[in-house]
Design a protein around this ligand. Structure first.
Ligand SMILES: [Zn+2]
Length: 259
C-alpha cells in the first residue's frame, strides 16, 4: 500500500486527535484505567483507528493502530489489543454513518444500566441526544448467567450492534455504555454529557418528581449543540495542558513504545 504525503499527514493528525480524545475522556471522568475510543480510518473506510491495550490517560499518537472489521491488526505486528475491540469493529461494519465510537464504564451511567425503576432521560438541553428509549444490552440473553460481561468476540460485537440499532447511546447492563458520533468530537461530547446527564438525573430525582425534555425539545437542542462541539473540545484540551496531561508537543517526539 502506497500513500501520499497528504494521506500520511491526515493519518498522523487522526492519531494525535485520538490520543487527545483518550486523555480528555480520562480527565473528564468518563474513563479510568479502562475504556477506549476509536475513529474510522481517514483513508480506508473499512478500518478504524484505536490505541493498543493501554490506560487511556497514557495513550500517545504512536500507540494508535489500524484494525479491520474482524478486530484484527492491519499491520503484521505483535501488540496487545483491547479485549472489547469487537464493539468498535461491529458498529463500524454495520453503520456507515458512525465515524467514532466510545466504550466506557462511565461511573454515574452504570447505575442506570441496572435500575429496574428508571431509565436515563434527557433532562436538559445539553443531553438532547438521550431522547427516546435507550437500548440496554442484556448479555444474559446471549451468553446465559455466567459470562464475564465483556464483549470479547465478534459474535457478541454483532449482537451488541444489533441491540444498538442506530441509537447514539447503548447502555450495557451491569457493565457500561457505548456511544457513537458522526465525528470524534461528537462521540467525545456525547460521552461527557451522558455522564453529566446521569449525575443531573440522580440529583433531580433526589428532589422528587421531575420533568424531561419533549422529543421535539431534545431534537432541537441537539441541533443547536452540533455547532458548539469545537468550543467544548478546545476547553477540554486546555484542561489537559493545565493538568499536565496533554500529549507530547509534536508527533514523533513521544516516548518510545514499550511492549
Ligand atoms: Zn467494557
Amino acid at each position: 500500500v502506497t500513500s501520499s504525503p497528504q494521506q500520511d499527514a491526515r493519518l498522523r493528525l487522526a492519531c494525535e486527535h485520538l490520543a487527545i480524545a483518550n486523555r480528555i475522556l480520562y480527565a473528564q471522568g468518563v474513563f479510568d484505567a479502562f475504556g477506549h475510543v476509536s475513529m474510522r480510518h481517514p483513508e480506508w473506510s473499512d478500518c478504524f483507528l484505536i490505541s493498543r491495550n493501554r490506560a487511556p490517560a497514557l495513550v500517545e499518537p504512536n500507540d494508535v493502530y489500524a484494525l479491520d472489521f474482524h478486530g484484527d491488526l492491519v499491520e503484521q505486528v505483535q501488540v496487545p489489543l483491547y479485549l472489547e475491540r469487537f464493539i468498535h469493529a461491529a458498529i463500524y461494519a454495520c453503520d456507515p454513518d458512525v465515524q467514532s465510537v466510545v466504550h466506557s464504564h462511565s461511573p454515574t451511567v452504570v447505575p442506570f444500566t441496572v435500575s429496574r425503576a428508571t431509565t436515563l432521560r434527557p433532562l436538559c438541553h445539553m443531553t438532547g441526544f438521550l431522547a427516546g428509549r435507550l437500548p440496554n444490552f442484556e448479555i444474559r440473553a446471549h451468553r446465559g448467567e455466567a459470562s464475564d460481561m465483556l464483549i470479547r468476540d465478534a459474535q457478541l460485537g454483532k449482537q451488541l450492534a444489533a441491540c444498538r440499532a442506530g441509537a447514539p447511546v447503548t447502555l450495557m447492563r451491569g457493565h457500561g455504555v457505548t456511544i457513537t458520533g458522526n465525528s470524534l468530537q461528537e462521540a467525545v461530547f456525547r460521552s461527557i454529557y451522558t455522564e453529566k446527564g446521569a449525575r443531573m438525573q440522580l440529583q433531580a430525582h433526589s428532589l422528587g418528581a421531575y420533568e424531561c425534555l419533549t422529543d421535539a425539545e431534545a431534537s432541537h437542542a441537539e441541533q443547536a449543540n452540533r455547532g458548539q462541539m469545537t468550543r467544548a473540545w478546545d476547553l477540554w484540551r486546555w484542561e489537559l495542558r493545565r493538568q499536565g496531561l496533554d500529549i507530547a508537543a509534536s508527533f514523533g517526539e513521544t516516548t518510545p513504545r514499550i511492549d
